[in-house]
Design a protein around this ligand. Structure first.
Ligand SMILES: [Zn+2]
Length: 347
């Protein structure tokens, strides 16, 4: 609070006023193209997403694979990750999932009618075991698909989800790991330990912000969005279905502690960069997160449905994926959340 705010605050207390302006101190009006309406809808979607996430009791369990739209397929596990973008010249695998789920994901890819040896690139969104655990397995089983990851994820992936021995830890030892709201603390997010580790693999291409990556006839743009990990990476590409193009955005990852100062990979500049990226990629027709609980297709359904019912519906009605309001609203709510948390740090 500024000196003026403090004195007004004291005046309010003295006069016993309701002082609606106090609340206004933490409220930051959304910046265009986001509106108050977007923020409100986004907050509802965030709450819904958390509710759906709580229903996923076996994140690494096998899920039923299906076509999302055009040449984009879901091949993953109950938690959601592992997407396959296909072409006659070869496929891209986005995310590989948990090491323990490698064989079920492999079966899913075959069930969809694709050969592992046609996968030419394996693209990782960040180094944690739920997204990258099976990377060595799939590099081997595909016959050497090129592994790609954001540049600051590379030392982790090449050392199996940890920094090289002797490297300084990314945060001071007296700062406990941040605890995302509504979730158990994940010490691996900031300090590598044995529980997040997996067989190491050589990364063939480090990705940088705005890189346009071509794999045969396919292409995607990579956006580095640090915060959850040192260079969490999101991907934008277009798929075509029944004569229409759809912009697909796979985002990783929005998970900030209530106290922003307790995150080794969080700076005001990096988060503002991420918020600008949200604006840059609009409009988004199909929104994918690393978890099924955040997909546009999952959120774009009646509020009373369970995750199981939502997944069944997605297998039969792919129009459920398409809703441009969802990513926009989530982005607006995320920006509002960040600004409010930042306000709390201001003197
Ligand atoms: Zn993670």
């Amino acid at each position: 609070m500024s000196r003026m705010s403090r004195s007004m605050f004291s005046a309010c207390l003295l006069l016993g006023l309701s002082c609606a302006w106090i609340q206004a101190q933490t409220h930051v009006a959304p910046r265009l193209p986001f509106t108050e309406k977007d923020v409100e809808l986004g907050k509802q979607l965030v709450a819904k997403s958390a509710e759906i996430r709580a229903q996923i009791t076996s994140p690494s369990g096998a899920a039923e694979p299906f076509k999302i739209m055009g040449n984009l397929y879901f091949a993953g596990v109950n938690n959601g990750e592992v997407y396959l973008l296909t072409s006659p010249q070869g496929h891209i695998m986005f995310g590989v999932g948990y090491a323990v789920a490698a064989e079920s994901v492999e079966r899913n890819i075959e069930k969809l009618g694709f050969k592992l040896t046609d996968i030419k690139a394996i693209v990782l969104n960040h180094n944690h075991g739920d997204q990258s655990g099976a990377v060595a397995y799939f590099k081997r089983r595909t016959g050497g698909a090129k592994v790609m990851a954001g540049f600051a994820e590379v030392p982790f992936v090449e050392h199996g989800g940890a920094l090289p021995a002797g490297a300084p830890l990314p945060n001071a030892p007296n700062i406990p790991p941040a605890q995302p709201r509504g979730q158990a603390a994940n010490p691996n997010q900031f300090q590598p330990t044995g529980t997040n580790q997996y067989p190491p693999v050589k990364v063939d291409r480090a990705l940088f912000d705005g890189d346009v990556v071509k794999v045969g006839s396919l292409s995607f743009t990579a956006y580095l969005m640090p915060g959850h990990s040192p260079s969490s990476t999101s991907f934008l590409y277009t798929v075509r279905d029944a004569g229409r193009d759809y912009r697909v955005f796979e985002f990783c990852c929005w998970e900030y502690p209530d106290d922003l100062s307790r995150g080794a990979y969080i700076t005001e500049a990096s988060v503002r960069h991420n918020l600008e990226t949200f604006r840059k990629v609009l409009p988004v027709d199909i929104y994918l997160e690393t978890g099924a609980y955040g997909w546009s297709g999952t959120l774009n359904q009646a509020s009373y449905l369970t995750i199981t019912q939502r997944m069944v519906n997605l297998r039969t009605n792919n129009k459920l994926w398409v809703n441009r309001d969802i990513f926009k609203a989530l982005s607006a709510a995320r920006e509002a959340e960040f600004e409010e948390k930042l306000q709390k740090l201001r003197p």
